[in-house]
Write a protein that binds this ligand. Structure first.
Ligand SMILES: Cc1cc2nc3c(=O)[nH]c(=O)nc-3n(C[C@H](O)[C@H](O)[C@H](O)COP(=O)(O)OP(=O)(O)OC[C@H]3O[C@@H](n4cnc5c(N)ncnc54)[C@H](O)[C@@H]3O)c2cc1C
Length: 438
């Protein structure tokens, strides 16, 4: 059968791989010039490895991607234990990797620590329970860990990640977050892009037709076939008919393209889903912004950044021309002022805050000149549309599933990783699952 796979992220690439192994004739349509979607990487001429436009690592229990990589002969995943920490109001950085780290945390008395610690242990061990969908994370945490813990540990983290939506996020999010997390984190030699490129090469061998820089604009149904219409960059429109469609596009984009296929009632469900868009600012610098920490949650209102990921405290800086790499990350509404800023404005906006963080760590060395701006040699930004679905009650009722009312039109996208937060592991899993149905 002729299959159109819409989207050349990891879900689309995996689906195409599995479908062509089943002897289907597959075409991938990808809007960007480079395959990889949200996991896409880039490389400077003096770097050995690619770097993701948005910080990426694997968890030790990301079994689907680990297994699939082995199946296709890709043996470049490795694991390490970099430090995770939180930055609090006094600008000190506290490691948050182990129960001992948690016990050492100031700001909380022993009673609250034990109470929170036992709930965290319960979440780690308990299977998914329907009660997590009947209350918000805030309600659950206040009820079980107490109001003090909510205010001191969680409130700001939720506000930073979900903005105005912080109060409606279901407790299933917190369960999945705790349940999934592992101390060992994985990375890929050459960056995630080396996995994507490897997969793309396999697809070429399997005679999959990979169309990059091709934006799908509309899908129509003609008898039993789907007509995919779109265009290459700066080219005329073209159309081709397929027996089967697999859409891995973000749901709001898919909904816009399929008004001639699906009923208003079916598409209306998707209008109830809410999303935030990802924004990252990548800093390449001579000295690191963070001394030891890889992953820093910002738990203070004073610093308007969701998190800082000092990638080179995880992966050796020799792979990036000897420079350090730090990511600053946010999830935002499209109209947010940070989304509207150009790259330079964004850098100027964060600079005073970065100077504070940098100074606080390095000023203990007497006569050490602390000026992080002078250390920066390059900076880059990335915007990922619809990258963070909002897991609220509407989401659970209206999220898409593989099967749609239109025969032979399937969906496999990052909304379907719920209750887990999206990830490349689930992209592989979804790609495999959808291919099994066809
Ligand atoms: C900030 C951030 C951090 C992350 N961190 C991690 C991490 O640490 N570990 C991890 O495993 N995962 C992480 N992820 C998640 C991971 O990147 C995604 O779950 C995964 O890449 C999703 O793959 P996908 O193929 O389902 O979707 P996508 O990658 O979104 O692919 C969809 C593709 O569709 C294309 N497209 C859109 N519209 C059209 C159109 N009209 N025509 C043709 N093509 C179109 C897009 O260009 C895109 O390539 C992170 C994501 C973000 C945003």
């Amino acid at each position: 059968m002729k299959v159109a796979v819409l989207g050349g992220g990891i879900t689309g690439l995996t689906a195409a791989y599995c479908l062509s192994k089943k002897n289907h004739q597959v075409t991938i349509f990808e809007k960007s010039a480079i395959l990889g979607g949200l996991a896409v990487g880039f490389k400077q001429p003096n770097w050995k490895w690619n770097l993701e436009m948005a910080y990426h690592h694997l968890f030790a229990n990301d079994y689907d991607i680990i297994k699939f990589a082995k199946e296709i002969g890709f043996n470049k995943i490795f694991f390490k234990s970099p430090q995770t920490a939180s930055l609090f109001n006094d600008l000190t950085i506290h490691p948050m990797d182990t129960p001992i780290d948690f016990l050492k945390l100031p700001y909380l008395d022993l009673f609250n620590k034990f109470r929170a610690g036992s709930v965290l242990a319960f979440l780690k061990l308990s299977p998914f329970l329907s009660l997590y969908e009947k209350q918000t994370s805030e309600e659950f945490i206040k009820k079980t860990m107490g109001k003090t813990i909510w205010i001191r540990l969680w409130q700001e983290l939720f506000r930073k990640k979900f903005g105005d939506y912080a109060g409606i996020i279901l407790a299933s999010f917190i369960w999945a977050r705790i349940n999934k997390r592992t101390k060992n984190l994985g990375y890929i030699e050459g960056g995630f892009q080396s996995f994507i490129d490897y997969l793309a090469k396999e697809l070429t061998g399997l005679r999959v037709n990979v169309l990059t820089s091709y934006e799908v604009e509309q899908i129509n149904k003609q008898k039993n076939k789907y007509k995919i219409t779109g265009h290459f960059e700066r080219s005329e429109k073209s159309s081709e008919a397929f027996d089967i469609v697999v859409s891995t596009l973000p749901t709001p984009i898919m909904a816009k393209l399929t008004t001639n296929i699906f009923s208003e009632k079916y598409l209306e469900k998707f209008s109830k889903l809410k999303y935030l868009h990802a924004l990252t600012l990548i800093l390449e610098s001579k000295e690191p912004l963070l001394k030891k920490t890889y992953w820093l949650n910002i738990s203070t209102l004073q610093i308007p950044i969701m998190g800082i990921v000092q990638h080179t405290n995880f992966i050796d800086k020799k792979n990036y021309g000897g420079n350090h790499i730090a990511y600053l990350g946010w999830y935002l509404k499209r109209e947010d002022k940070l989304m509207q800023m150009n790259d330079k404005e964004l850098l100027d906006f964060v600079m005073p805050h970065l100077e504070k963080i940098f100074n606080f760590q390095f000023s203990i060395f007497k006569n050490y000149e602390t000026n992080f701006k002078k250390q920066i040699s390059n900076f880059y930004t990335f915007r990922g549309p619809f990258a963070q679905p909002i897991f609220d009650k509407d989401f659970v009722k209206n999220k898409p599933g593989f099967i749609t009312p239109a025969k032979n039109f399937y969906i496999a996208n990052l909304d379907m990783t719920y209750p887990y937060d999206r990830g490349t592991n689930y992209a592989v899993k979804l790609g495999k699952q959808v291919a099994e149905m066809i």
